[in-house]
Design a protein around this ligand. Sequence first.
Ligand code: GLC
Length: 702
Amino acid sequence: MDIKQILSKMSLDEKIGQMMQIPPNYFIENSTVEIAGNIYYSKLTSDQKFKVGSILGVGNSDEMEKLQRNYLSNSRLKIPLLFMADIIHGYETIFPIPLAQSCSFNDNIAFNIARISAIEAQTAGIGVTFSPMADLTRDPRWGRVMEGYGEDPYLLERFVKATVQGYQQDDILKEGNLASCIKHFAGYGAPIGGLDYNTVDMSLLEFYQNYVKGYKAGINAGAQMMMSAFNAFNGVPASINKELMVDILRDKLNFNGVTITDYNSLKESITHRVAINKKHAAELGIKAMIDIEMVSTCYADFIKELINDGIINISDINNAVFRILKLKNDLGLFENPYNYTSKLKEKEINRCEAHLQKARELAHECMVLLKNDNNTFPIKTNQKILLLGPFVNEYRTNGAWSWRGNNHKNRSLYESLKLEGLQVEYADYTEQTSTVKLDKYDLILCALGEYENESGEAKSKSDLHLNYDQTKWVKYAKDNHKKVAVILYNGRPLILTDIINADTILETWFLGSKANEAIADVLMGRVNPCGKLTMSFPLNMGQIPIYYNHFSTGRPRVNSNDPFTSYYIDCDNSALFPFGYGLSYSTFVYKNHKISNTVITEKNTINYQVDIENKSNIDGYEIVQLYIQDVVSNITRPIKELKNYKKLFIEKNTTKTVTFEISLRDLTYTNNKGQQIVEKGEFLIMVGPNSIDLHQIMIELQ
Ligand code: GLC
């Protein structure tokens, strides 16, 4: 379609309309779509309504088809609506939350989840997904850590890239592909206090060293859109921040796609007390090259006046509308405005058995075995088991952002274990412990954690402890000399010190539609858990934010006899469970660390080799991690940074050799101007099973 020609025919009102996105409720009173925010019914005239360019969310193929048909019948130039929605970790088939995915250290999982999500979402005619969330997340008080890929920028890059590729593949025109909208630019994952929507205050150095990496990976993977964040960046709300949205995003990061605000965030620049009013917000939004305003109507109400007053140029509007029409054209909407929507496919494909089995399979690698004393897991089939805790009969295992997920069709833990033919019973966990006799049971299995509606957007928490009703059962079982295992359902790191005496702790996050079947596979030993944490689990709330790749400071706590160092007088500095940590039913031993040479130049690379022996009679995966420390540099650098990892399958009682090639690229860092810097000198190369237990070898860059 010749979009230049279409653009030339459009009236100013029609152009302004393309720059608006509204929920489907403006057209369908009782739309089944979930909207993450208050529905602001602005006073849109019917004429304006039938000129908007895109719709936020749609309930199903029927809704989409009726809405599109109604819209086009009222559209002079027949420019089709574009439907966008939050398809975060599945559409009807729900997969593990992104934080759980990252613990697999297998970005193919993210690719495959995005693939199936795109295929299912397109049956309802959806063309764009507001995913992946590329925000770096270090503070577990923030409810949206469930939507990110953890505290490490390198892992974040790999998962964002794989997810974008999974949605878009090589051409968004093709059936089964969605356009990806990266979010939230920028720094939304770093709110002070972990309080959602709170102030973000970070240096450009911190931004370029860590926070930009996820967004950059998404842009380089070809993401079609970028969403501006709710927060201010360097003191200016992102949605009206020209330095951020033009100088950095478009000029420095070379993003030339469509930008969209977050929900009502353009109008909220007034609440930030930077825009004076909606007219001023509209002016600043245009100057920040924001193309689409989500839900609020600053553009609809004031662009015309701004042009008449000579405050903005029609060329700015034309460029924005051109980018929007180009996206619609790249999606093939002019020729196919219903975008492959199909009631039949919706029925046949969505939550089909093949997808559900895939959801179960992909969940396996996302679980993290935090403790397993005395080989409590796998369960022995002759054991008598008592289930306790709030999640024994719980179906809501999808997690936040799973509005089409049909939780009620999921299976509970109790049902899953009953189906295994186990001798399993449950008791009312709200009772006094003394009312529950444990004598006849061999194993007490506690299903603990947080409900799915306790994490996600606008779900910050000031206390991450499990409540007493949950933890009392672990203590009671141990006091009665019983074996006790904990299965955790949660969307963020929690404080686990109250249950640390359990024999076994399995972190399962929110694994989606087939969560408890996948958990049963692990408990029964059909699957050997292999996940590793991508966010540190604190010892207590006072340590937060706690993350592995911190700076040395001038007084690090290396010698516990020196009082004048950086430490808490009431708590250790270390995490309860560190980044990269996770156990397996196998036992892996690292040995024969060696390096090809200890001098690296810009012309050569170095190979680091290590043997990993599986000293058990259970086959399993191990995630071998490579960290590097820049020993001395012109600016402060983290004590270590993940630079590579390899996940390998090692048969029982065998040894495999892992080789990491280290190049100049692994030794560079980004300065506060976004420039890649490499400095000669010493670098510590560290390899091991997590971010703490590391073997290290010094090399020199000459
Ligand atoms: C929400 C979220 C954003 C989402 C958008 C549309 O407030 O911040 O991630 O994509 O609104 O639902």
